[in-house]
Design a protein around this ligand. Structure first.
Ligand code: SAM
Length: 236
């Protein structure tokens, strides 16, 4: 049996009771980075064998599947949040399913859901693109295509590239394109920046150093005018 176990994205108290139960009872924990997971386990005073899985190494994935086929129970974790969501894990899940192993996915922390819920925007529909390709041309094309669907677009971005990304959004969709930027969710310095891509980009660029982890939400223009009639949202 393979359990997919989400772990906190910044605040260790966000681990669920069920996640702790599974980590406690599993025979082994498959980790993106064993040292990182050891930190989590020692915080919760858990001791458990860990095994690193490397998505780019087929033998590593096969080794994990063999353990599951021996009837062992394993928990799959990534460094933070939900495994497989802009994180490794999906190849292992797919191979496990192919091998007839039962897979169960636990609900829990994920930056995309956390940012969307706090964004204060309407709509049950959104497009999640995760990390965009490094090449500006490819990234711009994906942004335009996703935005054309008419629902908010959610991106993950690193502190080193967030200002450039806001510039690209501005260039591709227009300077006034509204964005919500969630920084350091669930951490001490949690921060929400709202405004046009251009404005938010300038605010961040003016800082001595851009630090932290970011979720970018590209909203639709005019959302605020529609606020009074939320039921008009076709995706609600
Ligand atoms: N699997 C994770 C999840 O479920 O959200 C995502 C892992 S991905 C490698 C890491 C990215 O998630 C960061 O670069 C950032 O874009 C986003 N992220 C993770 N933690 C965050 C936080 N506390 N605040 C804002 N964004 C966060």
């Amino acid at each position: 049996m393979l359990y997919i176990v989400p772990t906190p994205i910044g605040n260790l108290q966000d681990i669920t009771l069920r996640a702790l139960d599974i980590l406690k009872s599993a025979d082994v924990i498959f980790c993106e980075d064993t040292r990182r997971t050891q930190g989590l386990l020692s915080h919760f005073v858990l001791s458990k064998p860990t095994l690193r899985y490397n998505e780019n190494d087929d033998r590593s994935v096969s080794r994990c599947v063999e353990i599951l086929q021996q009837g062992k129970t394993a928990a799959l974790v990534s460094d933070c949040g939900t495994p497989c969501i802009s994180d490794p894990g999906w190849k292992l899940v797919r191979q496990a399913l192919k091998a007839g192993v039962k897979v169960s996915s636990l609900p829990g922390p994920s930056a995309v859901a956390c940012a969307l819920a706090g964004a204060g925007i309407t709509g049950g529909a959104f497009t999640f693109l995760g990390f965009l390709p490094r090449k500006p041309g490819k990234a711009a094309k994906l942004i335009s295509q996703a935005y054309a669907l008419g629902v908010p677009v959610v991106l993950y971005e690193s502190p080193y590239r967030v200002v450039k990304m806001l510039g690209l959004i501005s260039q591709t969709l227009g300077e006034g394109t509204p964005v919500i930027v969630a920084r350091e969710l669930s951490k001490v310095y949690e921060e929400w920046l709202r405004g046009s891509a251009d404005e938010v980009g300038r605010t961040l660029a003016a800082r001595a150093k851009v630090q932290g982890e970011f979720v970018l939400i590209i909203d639709r223009p005019g959302t605020e005018q529609k606020e009074e009639n939320l039921n008009e949202d076709p995706h609600f």
